[in-house]
Every structure is written in C-alpha cells, then in structure tokens.
Design a binder for this molecule. Structure first.
Ligand code: UT7
Length: 325
C-alpha cells in the first residue's frame, strides 16, 4: 500500500555566543556549581545577546537545516516554529522566519506546547504533509528563555538556556514498511489539571506583562519519568518495536536525572542517550533539535537507524516521536 512518510532531509542548530557558567551564576544567586551539577547535570548555558530575538536564533538554525537538505526556499510550503518566547505577542515569529528565508508561499505559524513544542510541531507537520496539502516543511524549536527567567530565583534560573534547532521534512512515497525512512509514529498528550505546576506568571490576558517562569520542580520531576515512559511505550507498541530496537534516544534536555531515569525505565542503554543538557541546559522547544544536531554533527547517525524523541513540559504536555533516519 502506498503511503506518505515525512522524512528528515536536513537538521540545523544555533547557540548564542555568550556562555553563562555555573560559577558565574553562583555570584548572582545563592547556589553552587556542585549543587547544579549534582541535581541537574548542567554546567553551562548559552544566553542570547540583547539585540538577538528568538526569530534570529530560529533563522540561523533553519538556514543551516535548509542548506544541508539541498532544498531552496521556493521548495518549502510550511514553517512551524515551536516557541514559548516569541518576538511579539503577534504576529507569529514563524512568519518573520518565513519572510527572512525568502519563502512567500505556503503557511507559517507558531506552536505553543512549551518544552514539548518540537514533538508537537513534528506531529503537526507530519499530519499536514500526509494530508497531501503540503510537500516540504521546516519545523523549528527556538527559545530565548533568558527573557522570562526570574534571575533572582535560584530554583529556576539555573535550569534554562537559549538556542534553536530545526529540521526540514519532506513528504515521500513509501510502502508503509517499518524499514522505510521517515516519521513512523507520534504520540501527543496533555493534562491541563497540572497547568499550575509549571507556568509563566504573566501574559496579555492577565498582567499585560511577559511574566516569569514559576515551577514546582519536585512535582514536575515526579510526573516526568512516568508520563514520558508511558507515551514511549505506546509508540513502541503501535510500531511493533522493542526498546532494544532504538539506536538513538534524543530526549528533551531538562535534567540529566530525568533522562537517565526514563532510559532506565524503558530499557535503553546509556550509550544510546544523546546528552546536551550539560552544555545547553534546558532550552525548552529547542532542546531536541539541538541535541539531534549534535548527534548529526558527530557523524554517528547512520541511514536506517531508529531515533526516538520525547519531551514533557508545562501544561503538562508530553509526547514522543519515532523516526527512521
Ligand atoms: O522542561 C520540563 C520542565 N522542568 C523540569 O523537568 C524540571 C523538573 N525538576 C527538576 O529538575 C528538579 O526538581 C530541580 C532541579 C528543579 C530541583 O531538584 P530537586 O532535587 O527536586 O531539589 P528540591 O526542589 O527538592 O530542593 C532541594 C533543596 C531545597 O532546599 P531545602 O528546602 O532542602 O533546604 C531548595 O531550596 O535545594 C534548594 N535549592 C537550591 N540550592 C542551591 C533549590 N534550588 C537551588 C539552587 N542551588 N539553585
């Protein structure tokens, strides 16, 4: 049976030049390099320059992904940008990226699912490509979380960083076989009963201010491993795969302990986990494509390998994607 698969043709990433170390942070708030490393695995994070907006980061990542895909702006008819830190309340930052890339056809919009934004964006693009209405998409995860971090709150300010990652997807005819390349399956979930566990205390409808990140860290941690593992089990079951079949586990990079705990629970060996949280910290929607970009650049990612993405974030939202490279 002929089916459409969304294949990944290109991947790109961008990190702002400025690096903020744990040591520097310990001079700003009552914390230490030792505490941050032990509880989170984070050593440093990148911070956008004053004149760098989320769309600038997104544009750099998207350009690299597009270059590597061998495609041109005229080939792209869909731009989805997952972000919690758009340049403006509206228009969507995706249209800024669309314009700066010179894409004047198709559709562009932002996606708000916080740290799960990239897997939500991938699943949405995959559905639109499968509908036959679109042929090629750029899916971006981009954040300047430094703009909504409360730099006096040690329980959150040590956790986040800025960055962007992107992939170019193309609809390709396939036989629907498990061995065919492209997105095999996606699972998205949310449960709004937990929306007060991780949120921003502002917005156009409430304070008319941007607000700051507020989090009950321990509560989020408690839910993370079980929720993520359940969606991964669903993905594997639907695809008829076992955890041993996964070649690369590319998780949302929130906390090294969550990454390791999830991998252990689903039975993925440590050498298959792609870890960037140490250098990037939590870049929300950008963390998965940035980690994928690191894996790609390392030369270890081979055609035919099975890659698993997963994320969980504010909402709560969570989800997973299985891709044949
Ligand atoms: O992207 C998805 C969203 N986010 C997450 O997935 C984050 C999930 N949660 C976590 O990663 C962890 O809960 C944190 C890293 C945020 C915190 O680690 P924890 O082991 O859960 O620590 P805790 O919140 O239980 O706090 C332990 C202690 C507290 O002091 P007391 O009450 O025991 O005296 C905190 O006040 O650590 C204190 N503390 C700190 N100490 C030094 C909290 N933040 C800091 C800090 N430096 N930065």
């Amino acid at each position: 049976m002929s089916k459409i698969r969304s294949i990944i043709r290109g991947v790109g990433g961008y990190l702002p030049k400025r690096v903020l170390t744990n040591e520097e942070l310990s001079q700003m708030v009552d914390t230490s390099d030792e505490w941050i490393k032990e509880r989170t695995g984070i050593s440093q994070r990148h911070i956008a320059a004053d004149d760098e907006m989320t769309s600038d980061l997104a544009l750099a990542a998207a350009k690299q992904a597009l270059d590597r895909s061998g495609l041109k702006p005229i080939d792209i008819d869909l731009v989805i940008m997952a972000t919690t830190t758009p340049d403006h309340t509206f228009p969507a930052s995706a249209v800024t990226v669309q314009a700066k890339l010179g894409i004047h056809q198709g559709a562009a919009f932002d996606m708000q699912a916080v740290c799960s934004g990239f897997v939500y964006g991938l699943a949405t693009a995959d559905s639109l490509l499968k509908s036959g209405g679109y042929r090629r998409a750029i899916v971006i995860g981009a954040e300047t979380l430094s703009r909504i971090v409360d730099w006096t709150d040690r329980s959150t300010c040590v956790l986040f960083g800025d960055g962007a990652g992107a992939v170019v997807l193309e609809a390709e005819e396939s036989n629907g076989e498990l061995s065919d390349r492209g997105i095999i399956t996606s699972h998205l979930r949310s449960d709004g009963r937990y929306r007060c566990k991780l949120f921003v205390d502002g917005g156009p409808g409430t304070s008319q201010q941007v607000g700051h990140i507020r989090m009950e860290g321990r509560e989020v941690f408690k839910h993370a491993v079980t929720k993520i593992a359940s969606t991964i089990h669903m993905s594997l079951e639907q695809a008829g795969l076992k955890s041993e079949d996964i070649d690369w586990f590319v998780p949302h990079q929130a906390n090294k302990r969550i990454l390791d705990g999830t991998a252990k629970r689903i039975g993925i060996s440590p050498e298959k986990i792609v870890v960037t949280v140490d250098k990037h910290a939590n870049t929300s929607a950008a963390s998965i494509p940035l980690a994928l970009n690191e894996l790609y650049q390392s030369g270890r990612l081979q055609a035919g390998q099975l890659v698993l993405f997963e994320a969980m974030g504010g909402g709560f939202t969570w989800g997973s994607t299985l891709v044949r490279w």
